[in-house]
Ligand binder design. Sequence first.
Ligand code: BG6
Length: 487
Amino acid sequence: MAKIPPGVGPRFPQVVVLVGATGDLARRKLLPGLFHLCSAGFIPGCRIIGVSLDELDVDGFRDAARSALDEFSSRKTTSADWDTFAANLDYVPLSAGAAALRAAVDRAEASLGTECRRLHYLSVPPSAALTVVRTLGEAGLVERSRIVMEKPFGTDLASAVKLNGKLHEVFQEEQIFRIDHFLGKEPAQNILAFRFANGLFEPIWNRNFIDHVQIDVPETLGLGKRAGFYEQTGAYRDMVVTHLFQILAFMAMEPPTALEPAPISEEKNKVFRSMEPIRPADVVRGQYSGYRAEEGVDPDSDTETFIALKCHIDNWRWAGVPFYLRTGKRMAEGQRIISIAFREPPKSMFPPGSGVGAQGPDHLTFDLADASKMSLSFYGKRPGPGMRLDKLSLQFAMRDTGMAGEVLEAYERLILDAMRGDRTLFTTAEGIERLWEVSTALLESPPPVRLYEQGSWGPKPVHQLIAPHAWRLPFERAWRDPNKSGN
Ligand code: BG6
């Protein structure tokens, strides 16, 4: 096993109270992530107490955790590692109340020693968050603890303000970690490295050189077992007001004075403060056909499973540069890209038919897949007589460096950061409230949902939204694969 460098994990053993322990996120990401962090030695002692509405006993929870690992872990689960992990699992149904939860934490702490810390991970819908926070308060589990809150944080400005207010009655702000797992993705952090560790691009990272920006996250996934959550949430609250806007902030922020939580949050929040309110006329909402017939979905549901919008940041760097955001379920491809289109040059010297500009502007593209990829496309001369131009590209894939195996999954990275008390990649109350504020007009008067075919790129008006530009996806040329010749 690779040696874990000092300082990447927490100094103290951890008791994790995982609320929502049988839910979709826990199964897909949190249990497999905790398993990896524990078995790879990142955490010096860890006990996990599952909590949920399900009336399970400890063995029932162990079985559920094992089947989650079998289904979703990207790494092999050896029986020795599993036995150690399983022995550190406990379970308390929510109905058992605060005293039972306290007793389980006491048991866990007795085995870990007095130095240990508590991490409460709330993987529950916004409507359930406050009840859980109150239970943690009643159980006396606030001391030595940090609390991780899953998104969406509230459902609009009023509910987010209320949630923050109530949360602060129990936990101090320094204890609260509002998670947005897109910020834990390695390529998202690479945006900061790319922008601020190099002199090459930052001078042109502004309205004088950039024509528009796209943040495009189509998914082929459907709802899975999440209809109940999704019906109340929809694509805007599930993806845009959280992940896509956070990525936009990394893209658009000014250089922070230091790579530390407060300066980074301050620069991100300045972007959010400069964001113009989202106009319903700049939004296309969609719903895939067949959604209303799914189990748990209202037959008259108005929930959007797709959203595309145009937004603006009214500051000196970005005034007049549109940002186009798109995401949806059951679309043609699963991709996560940021694409920056540069302004086109005056092209008077190239003869008609040379092909200059024929394939759109130069683009810088970030792929937010777990191991980063980047591409810079530009026009170059086609070999041979005359002056024919083709779109060419420089591409980088982390995979080619041989370091892709070092990548921590986003949740793993963020769980470790929360255990260490590092807030750099977490969102703030102020930022989140501002994002709900710019969303108010849209939430109050959403445009009607339009049907789109499953496996498509969304409803037709999505093209009018971006005109005279075009969506980069689907790519005209796929990412280069060094294992295949001729591409
Ligand atoms: C989650 C959303 O936060 O992000 C899901 O709730 C979405 O609906 C998921 O599928 C996408 O995350 P990732 O890491 O798979 O791109």
